[in-house]
Design a protein around this ligand. Structure first.
Ligand code: UDP
Length: 355
């Protein structure tokens, strides 16, 4: 039983669902409803060929407690009725936490994809969700050497950890050609390959802090006087901009785009500026430099390799960091595995279950 609910989880689940089917394993998808509208949810199921969810819990909105509580309430009877061999959770959202907690209380084995990531910033809801989920999980599927090392340091026994690589790397490889064939997003927005900045912002730390949000938007506006800046707006960010009465003039704010359009936008950008975890890595997969608009990152290997640099909002001149990073590249490396993480996950689930 796979628990998904937020945009990045649909993208991570796509290659894994395919690999599970190829390995002859039966998967039942449960959509919690955390992200529910067409642009944040349906488009990914359609474009990426993810099997339709068997259950839709319809839980969205509200504070963390209301949302997580409602998910737990709905998941527990479902898991009891379906009695899956594994519950599979992804990443670090409230859906991840609820899935892991509900299963673990029912003594159903939990497997966590993207285990072992840490920002060491306990203020982030994602960090809290990851830590709890990792420590409740029976199988911790890690993307990188660093993630594996951290879990060991936290006392997780070796036999629970399997380093599989990053499923987002699998997805980037698998869908690159399809994006090249099908996406017309550059033409739609009148963008010339290699000349524009792609930006995304949605972390609560940035959207809910007016000073940080202002610093980010002013930095992007300054860059947008020199070259196009396209910003597919996450609903949380759109709401925050409205709340703080902040209008964008030069930055081109657009609705969230589908994955194939996102891949095309990433691939042809001069630079990516983001606070997203997934988008930092995708910039690297497509050989594009990245500026991360946060104080820290979980994906430190890209900073070490020189592909990514941190620009803590309110502490640095964001526009200056972006200008400096355009045209740069980093060292070679293969930090995210062999592009077959999903197959390794399917194998681990089958083998561990039989063991
Ligand atoms: N993404 C997308 N359309 C957008 C913005 C992002 O398809 O308008 C994709 C992006 O390519 C990546 C994933 O969503 O695969 C990242 O999700 P998000 O930034 O919401 O979450 P995070 O990775 O920070 O958890």
């Amino acid at each position: 039983m796979t628990i998904v609910g937020a945009r990045p989880q649909f993208i991570k689940a796509a290659p894994v669902s395919r690999a599970l089917a190829a390995a002859g394993l039966r998967e039942q998808i449960v959509h919690t409803g955390q992200h529910f509208d067409a642009g944040m949810s349906d488009v990914f199921f359609e474009e990426l060929g993810i099997p339709r969810p068997a259950h839709h819990l319809g839980v969205s909105g509200g504070g963390h407690g209301v949302m997580t509580g409602a998910m737990l309430q709905a998941l527990e009877p479902l898991m009891e009725a379906e009695a899956p061999d594994w519950v599979l959770v992804y990443g670090d959202t409230n859906s991840t936490l609820a899935g892991a907690l509900a299963a673990s209380k029912l003594h159903i084995p939990v497997a966590h994809v993207e285990a072992g990531l840490r920002s060491f910033n306990r203020r982030m809801p994602e960090e809290q969700n990851r830590i709890v989920t990792d420590h409740l999980s029976d199988l911790l599927l890690t993307p990188t050497d660093g993630a594996t090392r951290r879990l060991r340091e936290e006392g997780i026994p070796d036999e629970r950890i399997v380093q599989v690589g990053d499923v987002m790397f699998d997805a980037a490889l698998y869908y690159a050609d399809r994006a090249a064939e099908r996406s017309a997003v550059l033409a739609q927005h009148d963008l010339v390959a290699g000349t524009y900045i792609l930006a995304t912002i949605h972390r609560a730390d940035n959207t809910d802090d007016p000073a940080r949000l202002r610093a980010i938007m002013e930095g992007l506006e300054a860059v947008a006087t020199e070259r196009p800046v396209i910003l597919p707006l996450h609903p949380r960010t759109r709401a925050a901009l409205e709340r703080h009465g902040r209008a964008l003039s030069k930055v081109r704010a657009v609705d969230p785009v589908g994955y194939l359009d996102m891949v095309a936008l990433e691939r042809h950008a001069a630079l990516v500026a983001t606070d997203s975890g997934g988008v930092q890595k995708e910039a690297y997969f497509h050989g594009v430099p990245c500026v991360t608009l946060r104080d820290e990152t979980e994906w430190t290997e890209l900073v070490d390799l020189g592909w990514n640099r941190l620009a803590p909002p309110t502490q640095v001149d964001i526009a200056a960091v972006i200008r400096e990073a355009v045209g740069t590249s980093g060292q070679e490396g293969r930090p995210y595995g062999d592009g077959q993480a999903a197959d390794h996950i399917a194998r681990a689930l089958r083998d561990k279950r039989l063991a």
